[in-house]
Design a protein around this ligand. Sequence first.
Ligand code: PLP
Length: 394
Amino acid sequence: MIAKKMVKFVEGSSVTRAMFEEGKKMAAKYGAENVYDFSLGNPSVEPPKQVKEAIIDVLENDSPNFVHGYMNNSGYEEVREKIAQSINKRFDTKFSQKNIIMTVGAAGGLNVALKTLLDPGDEVIAFAPYFGEYNNYVANFDGVMVVVPADIPNFQLDLDTFAQKITPKTKAVIVNNPNNPSGVVYSEATIKKLAAILEEKQKEFGTAIYLIADEPYRELAYDGVVVPYLTKYYANTIVGYSYSKSLSLPGERIGYLVIPDEVDDFENVLAAANVANRILGFVNAPSLLQLAVSKCLDATTDVEAYDANRRLLYDALTKYGFECAKPEGAFYLWVKAKEDDAAFVAKAKEFNILMVPGSAFACPGYVRIAYCVDHEMIKRSLPAFEKLAKCYEV
Ligand code: PLP
């Protein structure tokens, strides 16, 4: 008999993952070239060649005990120092190795941060639409998820409603920029307003409210749009970063948390995050990947490839009459469903198009199309999208 809490997790198990499995079945039935699977955020661009070279270099030149051994639960000091300096160079910050904790991707980092911060009943605020796994991560530590409804049709942050949702029990706020699933980027002006509200509420309630910046898509921004670095706007910020998308390494599970000196109760937060990394069972982030990424901190993914996909899909779908949020970052297109989102997803499946209903992101009535796919597949899929649009013409 499994734990009651797990029953709920299993029942609500990821819709996105289910779609991905469905895609594999459909590919076997109809032929892979006739199925248009836009379900999963698995990068289509190969990892930069520096990554492979770095992995080989680590294996050939570093001592095996060093490469494969245990280390400080927060990660290798020299790796963390290199990452801190790289962040400082890019964002004009002043971090050192003590501010960096290597994690098992962004998912590992978010769980470490939430385990560090949450007592049962503590509230965590997220802005819809958001990555549905946040619900599970918050529930892991018996926190209570508080949702700010989507700001339709722009999908920016509804800050008036946000201010009303903050209570003395609010312990953390998660902001994901660029956003999965909307592809929207929150501007500096928006972040400044968000920070001002948090400062005011901390004073009003005499509490510490931590802002968790979930940033796996930081490098995926288009048309020169700037993604603000949140520690510069609000002292109580913890950044969660991942190489899953920026270096196309989602299966390798590598990322980090940034915990600035300025966060409330800094020494204890740091100590708790180090222990959380260990006792959640991660112990430490994968050693080989820590060393490898530290050797290619200037490597970049092929953002132009995603940009070409973005333009092709956005232009075609709007031409067919679909309403899409303006995609400025990440690799997702957020589209208004022409009927109930689950029914719309089912209708799209009749044309072999797989996408994820907005309900999985706390925002029914929309669907997410992940365009981190082969450009040719998008081209092949366009007639199917056109047929789908025709189903709703009156
Ligand atoms: N946060 C967001 C918004 C995501 O979209 C994802 C993955 O798709 C994650 C966190 C988890 O990323 P990782 O693979 O680094 O654990």
